[in-house]
Ligand binder design. Structure first.
Ligand code: EPZ
Length: 419
C-alpha cells in the first residue's frame, strides 16, 4: 500500500487550482441512467470514487468513456439494474443508482451498504421515499430489491432528517414519475443544485433546488445533455486550511467562494486574512497569531462535516481552546487519535472534540481511516517537525486529485512511497 512521506515546516506559497466536485460528479454520473441518449460531463475529477462509479455503471450496461476530465456516458440499454456488494462495500454513494434504476427500468437490486469508518450511514430514508413514490421494497440476502412495474407516482415526501444523497436519489426517481413530487426538508448542498441543473438540461421539470422544498413535475422521458461539474468546495477548503496551517501565502483558484463561506467566516475569526482578488480566487495569509474558534458541523450552508477533520488539524496550531462539535456523523473523530500521536492536545467526549493549542506537532507514522481524516493528517504533517508517514493513502485518493503534485507545486515536501 502506498504511503506519503512529508517533511513539515514549509510555508505553502503560490496557487493551487481546484478540481471538479467529486460529490457532484457522482450523482450526475448516476443521472445518465435516466436516458438512452449520451450525457457529457465536463470537469470530472480523476479520483478513485469516480472510477468506482464508472465501473458500477459499466457493470449495469452503460458505456463510459473518460478522457481528460470529460466523461461521456450512454445508457442505451440497461443490462443489469444492480449494484453488487463488492462495489457498494467500497463506496456508499453507489446507492445513488437506486432511484434512477427504478425510474428507468421499474426495478433495481442494490446491496445494502453496511457500516463505515465514519458512522452507520443507513439508506432508510432513500427507501422510505421510494416506497412513497410507489415502489415495492424488499430486503433479501443483504440486498434491497425495489420494483415498480407500473412506474413511479409523484408523492409528498418529508425527510425525517436532511440527507444529501437521499435528496439526490429521490430527485432522480421523481423526474420520471407520473405527476408531481414534493421533497420537504431536502438538502440544500450546491451538489444538489448542480444535479438539478443537469436534470433540467435533460428535460426534467424541477423547482426549488437549493432550498428545503423541491418540486418536481414528472416527464415521460429525458434526453441527453452536456454539463460542467462545479468546483470541489471541500478540496478548496482543504487547501485554504493548508495555506493557513503552514502560515504561507496561498491562493486557491477556480473555486466558488460562496460555497466555502462557512469555513472562511471561521478562518477570519481565527485570525486568517482572506482576500478575493478575482471572483473565483481566494487567498489566505496569517499576519499574526492564530486563535481558537469553536465549530459545529451542520448541513449546508452550515460548516461542512467534510471539513471538520482538516479544521481540527488547524486548531492544534491556534491559541486557546476550540470545541469542535460533530452533528452529522456519530463516529467522525478517528483523526483525533492520530493527531494526538503527533503531539496534539485533543480530548474527545462523545460528539465533541476539545482541542487545546497551540502544540508543536512532531512527525510520526499515522494511519488514514477515511477520506477527510487522511487530509487532516496530511495537513498536520505539513506543519509538524520532521518526518510524517501517512499510511493507507488510498483513502485520500478517493477524493483528492493529484494532491501530492498540487501540494508540491506550492512548496510542500511530500512524496509518495510505493509499497
Ligand atoms: C454525503 O453523504 C456526502 N457524500 C458525504 O461526503 C458527506 O459527508 C455527507 O453527504 C454529509 O454532508 C456524497 O455526496 C457522495 P447524508 P451522504 O445522507 O449523502 C443519516 C466525503 O467525504 N442518514 O447527508 O451519505 C446519515 O447516517 C463524503 O466526500 C440516515 O439516517 O450523507 C448521517 O448521519 C463522506 N438515513 C446523516 O443522515 C438515510 O437514509 C446525513 O447523511 C440517509 C442518511
Amino acid at each position: 500500500m502506498d504511503k506519503f512521506r512529508i517533511i513539515g515546516g514549509v510555508p505553502l506559497t503560490g496557487e493551487i487550482w481546484v478540481s471538479g466536485a467529486k460529490n457532484s460528479a457522482l450523482p450526475t454520473m448516476a443521472a445518465a441512467l435516466l436516458t438512452s441518449e449520451p450525457v457529457l460531463l465536463e470537469n470530472v475529477p480523476n479520483v478513485r470514487d469516480i472510477r468506482t462509479m464508472a465501473q458500477l455503471l459499466d457493470y449495469e450496461g452503460v458505456s463510459v468513456e473518460f478522457h481528460d476530465h470529460t466523461m461521456r456516458l450512454q445508457a442505451a440499454e440497461i443490462r443489469r439494474p444492480e449494484a453488487p456488494y463488492e462495489i457498494v462495500r467500497t463506496m456508499r454513494a453507489s446507492a445513488l443508482v437506486l432511484g434512477p434504476l427504478v425510474a428507468r427500468t421499474g426495478r433495481a437490486r442494490v446491496s445494502l451498504p453496511g457500516g463505515c469508518a465514519i458512522g452507520a450511514r443507513p439508506i432508510n430514508l432513500h427507501l422510505a421515499g421510494l416506497q412513497q413514490l410507489g415502489a415495492h421494497i424488499e430486503q433479501v440476502h443483504g440486498y434491497i430489491e425495489a420494483t415498480a412495474p407500473n412506474g413511479l407516482k409523484g408523492a409528498f415526501i418529508h425527510f425525517d432528517r436532511i440527507t444529501v444523497t437521499g435528496t439526490e436519489d429521490l430527485m432522480m426517481a421523481a423526474v420520471l414519475a407520473e405527476g408531481e413530487t414534493i421533497l420537504e426538508n431536502a438538502a440544500r448542498e450546491p451538489e444538489v443544485v448542480d444535479l438539478a441543473q443537469l436534470l433540467t438540461k435533460m428535460g426534467a421539470q424541477i423547482e426549488g433546488a437549493g432550498t428545503s422544498t423541491i418540486r418536481i413535475r414528472g416527464v415521460s422521458r429525458l434526453h441527453g445533455a452536456t454539463h460542467r461539474i462545479i468546483p470541489d468546495r471541500i478540496e478548496a477548503g482543504t487547501y485554504l486550511i493548508a495555506g493557513a496551517i503552514t502560515r504561507g501565502e496561498l491562493c486557491v483558484r477556480g473555486c466558488v467562494p460562496e460555497h466555502v463561506a462557512a469555513l472562511t467566516a471561521k478562518l477570519r475569526q481565527a485570525g486568517v486574512e482572506i482576500r478575493q482578488p478575482t471572483p473565483d480566487t481566494l487567498c489566505v495569509r496569517v499576519p499574526g497569531l492564530l486563535h481558537s474558534v469553536d465549530v459545529t458541523t451542520e448541513e449546508y450552508p452550515g460548516f461542512a462535516t467534510d471539513l471538520q477533520a482538516q479544521y481540527m488539524a488547524l486548531m492544534t496550531q491556534a491559541h486557546g481552546i476550540a470545541i469542535i462539535t460533530e452533528t452529522i456523523f456519530e463516529n467522525r473523530f478517528m483523526h483525533a487519535l492520530e493527531l494526538a500521536r503527533m503531539g496534539a492536545n485533543i480530548r474527545v467526549e462523545g460528539r465533541q472534540a476539545i482541542v487545546a493549542g497551540p502544540t508543536q506537532l512532531t512527525g510520526a507514522a499515522v494511519i488514514a481511516s477515511d477520506l477527510r481524516a487522511s487530509a487532516s493528517l496530511v495537513l498536520a504533517g505539513l506543519v509538524a517537525k520532521g518526518e510524517t508517514i501517512v499510511d493507507r493513502i488510498y483513502h485520500i485518493e478517493r477524493g483528492y486529485e493529484n494532491i501530492e503534485h498540487k501540494l508540491r507545486s506550492v512548496g510542500a515536501r511530500i512524496e509518495r512511497i510505493r509499497g
